[in-house]
Write a protein that binds this ligand. Structure first.
Ligand code: NDP
Ligand code: ZN
Length: 381
């Protein structure tokens, strides 16, 4: 989040819709691209096909043919304006994988034909303390998100990856390691980095007892990463039916969070909780499962905490409650390599883009194992 109230995987939110940063002028070097994709025209409209223009290549730009794009719960929050910052037409999609089709004159890192990815951000100021520390997601001027954010140079509304192409500065393009299959790599660009980054930042290590809250797209990756870091991993889920699956993902234990007896039995057991629950929920019973000095990290919630947090659950045990937003570009490349090295794969369900609205309903019902990935070949059909 930035000072302006920016939201996950989306736009900075200037209260009056003013440009959040000064626009720069740039000379265009080729003509614009006509693109197609699925967008929402309003908070209540279903996603529908739309033709639009991708910008002409700037000198540092890479043009990418999108082959696959993951479907993140943030896409739903944004398409439906649940965070109050949507800009329409809104074309979601920030787990993008594809192939380079053209490069600008000054591009040095990528060539035509390379397999590449784009995650939640497409630009940042590049000079603030956060950007200089490879934490572009916390850019003090506000990062430019992959969709529904004004482009820093021409002010146009960024359009995400539910599309056949995208044009992005090479600084925000990731290389997909050869060992990863392309559709399975897509969710690493958001679900992966968002769970990897806080586990790493807080130094989760072998023997730590880690709880993952919610097993959806983020949660199932969180289990795999915590396990790969050597932790003893517990899934907290509403659904007893996910117990078996969680063990297959690598969880050592499962706690059904709706059962007060199971929650109480877990009192003061955990070093670290990673909370991916996308709606308001009572944090108090979870905090009580932390040891003293335990850490509870929110990644799913960007609304007021309700019901209220009882501060004694923090104060009496020196527990820490904090949040975390995706990860920087260097760390996103790192997590791609980590997945290749540790043979970590996202569990995906391939999606025909014409069924995207149905997929949103299924995600809200918790009915996806564990990430939809759009096969962009279906956009042509
Ligand atoms: P999913 O819908 O794939 O998974 C969310 C999981 O949370 C569900 O599978 C379910 O797990 C649990 N859950 C859902 N509803 C409830 C509920 N009412 N009460 C308790 N648990 C619930 O979402 P994602 O994994 O894609 O995203 C999770 C959240 O993280 C979203 O809010 C998203 O916007 C946010 N996000 C944050 C990022 C960041 O940088 N901080 C980046 C990307 C996403 P179970 O059935 O096991 O209980
Ligand atoms: Zn996301």
């Amino acid at each position: 989040m930035t000072g302006g109230g920016m939201a996950v995987g989306s736009a900075p939110a200037p209260a009056d819709n003013a440009q959040p940063y000064p626009l720069k002028r740039f000379t265009e070097v080729s003509s614009m691209y006509t693109a197609i994709g699925y967008a929402a025209q309003s908070a209540t409209a279903p996603l529908a096909p739309m033709t639009f223009q991708r910008r002409a290549l700037r000198p540092d730009d890479v043009a990418i043919e999108i082959l696959y794009c993951g479907v993140c719960h943030s896409d739903i929050h944004q398409a439906r304006n649940e965070w109050g910052i949507a800009v329409y037409p809104l074309m979601p999609g920030h787990e993008i994988v594809g192939r380079v089709t053209a490069v600008g004159a000054e591009v040095s890192r990528y060539r035509v034909g390379d397999n590449v990815g784009v995650g939640c951000m497409v630009d940042s100021c590049q000079h603030c303390d956060a950007c200089r520390a490879d934490l572009e997601q916390y850019c003090l001027e506000g990062p430019t998100m992959t969709y529904a954010t004004p482009d820093r140079i021409d002010g146009s509304n960024t359009m995400g990856g539910y599309s056949n192409s995208i044009v992005v500065s090479e600084r925000f393009v990731l290389r997909i390691p050869a060992a990863l299959d392309l559709p399975g790599a897509a969710p690493i660009l958001c679900a992966g980095i968002t769970t990897y980054s806080p586990l790493k930042h807080y130094g989760v290590k072998p023997g730590d007892r880690v709880g993952i809250l919610g097993m959806g797209g983020l949660g199932h990756m969180g289990i795999k990463f915590a396990k790969a870091m050597g932790a003893e991993v517990t899934l907290f889920t509403r659904s007893q039916s996910k117990a078996e699956e969680a063990r297959r993902q690598g969880a050592d234990h499962v706690i059904v969070s709706t059962d007060p007896a199971q929650m109480q039995a877990a009192a003061e057991q955990f070093d670290f909780l990673l909370d991916t629950i996308p709606v308001q929920h009572d944090l108090n019973p979870y905090l009580q499962t932390l040891k003293f000095d335990g850490v509870h990290i929110l990644v799913g919630l960007i609304e007021p905490v309700d019901p209220a947090l009882h501060a004694a659950n923090l104060v009496m045990k020196r527990r820490v409650l904090a949040g975390s937003l995706i990860g920087g570009i260097a760390e996103t490349q790192e997590v791609l390599e980590f997945c290749a090295e540790h043979d970590i794969r996202c569990d995906i369900e391939m999606l025909d883009i014409r069924h995207i609205n149905e997929a949103y309903s299924r995600m809200i019902a918790g009915d996806v194992k564990y990430r939809f990935v759009i096969d962009m070949a279906t956009l042509k059909g």
